[in-house]
Design a protein. Structure first.
Length: 126
């Protein structure tokens, strides 16, 4: 769905540049660049795939059935950033927890509270 939206934005960008007051040559070049970038982003989105995260009670995390011992989770507003290391390289995943069902969101919040996850707001009122 996101890839289709990106392609739609590319078409709208191309149309808006074509209808602008630019001269023909810059207009055509900018239109081609806008559509090419939209195609690139849509292709990357289609190839990104999905990951399955399993938060364990012992503080570990499994990502696509691969155990991650020291995940770093940061809660920033509505987003959740998960960072882990594989073969010496850091991997990062940005998630919007509101897209999962309520019980799963609750499990994530409880897991984060129990494992001292960094948050941008304090856990208790001051």
């Amino acid at each position: 769905m996101l890839a289709g939206c990106l392609l739609g934005l590319g078409v709208l960008g191309t149309a808006s540049v074509a209808l602008s007051a630019l001269e023909r040559t810059p207009s055509v070049l900018l239109s081609i660049a806008a559509m090419a970038r939209a195609l690139q982003l849509a292709w990357r989105e289609l190839g990104s795939g999905h990951a399955v995260f399993c938060f364990r009670a012992d503080g570990s995390l499994e990502i696509d059935a691969i155990r991650v011992d020291a995940p770093h989770i940061v809660l920033k507003g509505p987003l959740t950033w998960i960072t882990w290391w594989v073969d010496g390289r850091a991997r990062r995943w940005a998630a919007w927890p509101d897209v999962v069902d309520a019980p799963t969101r609750r499990e994530l919040r409880l897991w984060c509270i129990g494992h001292r996850v960094t948050a941008d707001t304090p856990a208790v009122a001051r």
